[in-house]
Design a protein around this ligand. Sequence first.
Ligand code: HEC
Length: 134
Amino acid sequence: MKRLVLLAVLACSPWLWAADTLPATPSAATADAARGRKLLLARQDTGCILCHQLPGFKEGGEMGPSLVGVGERLSSEQIRQRIADPRVLNPQTFMPAYFSTTGLHNVAKALQGKTVLTEQGLEDIIAYLLKNPV
Ligand code: HEC
């Protein structure tokens, strides 16, 4: 019985690990924190600042957890997963999936099949959050 439980835990762990993290995309090599900063502040394009306190800014929303010091709590792979598709961790979340096109409803025709962030935008934002300027 004990062995069965152990086997089940071992079988599940790679899946859990994979769901919690998303590896760097090729655009990570050209990530730019200054561009990421602009994206985080773009109310119309990303809206991050409407829900989050951001490092380096006094203003910011409080619907989501503060992102000040997020790089100390989470790895870059964990941060990437949470921005790309937070539904993987919490199917009920109201944070938008910024780098996914699956499971979205009533998307305007012109935007169907497009992600909110580009791959480069995703990596630029992560670069800024990891720099954690205060
Ligand atoms: C509508 C509100 C909303 C918007 C807009 C939003 N988020 Fe979130 N975010 C949340 C909530 C709520 C959570 C908590 C996760 C959950 O719902 O389970 C979260 C969690 C996170 C986390 C994980 C933080 C932690 O400590 O676990 C990161 C990183 C993050 N958001 C980044 C971003 C970025 C970057 C953007 C913009 C591209 C963004 N969020 C836009 C609401 C939002």
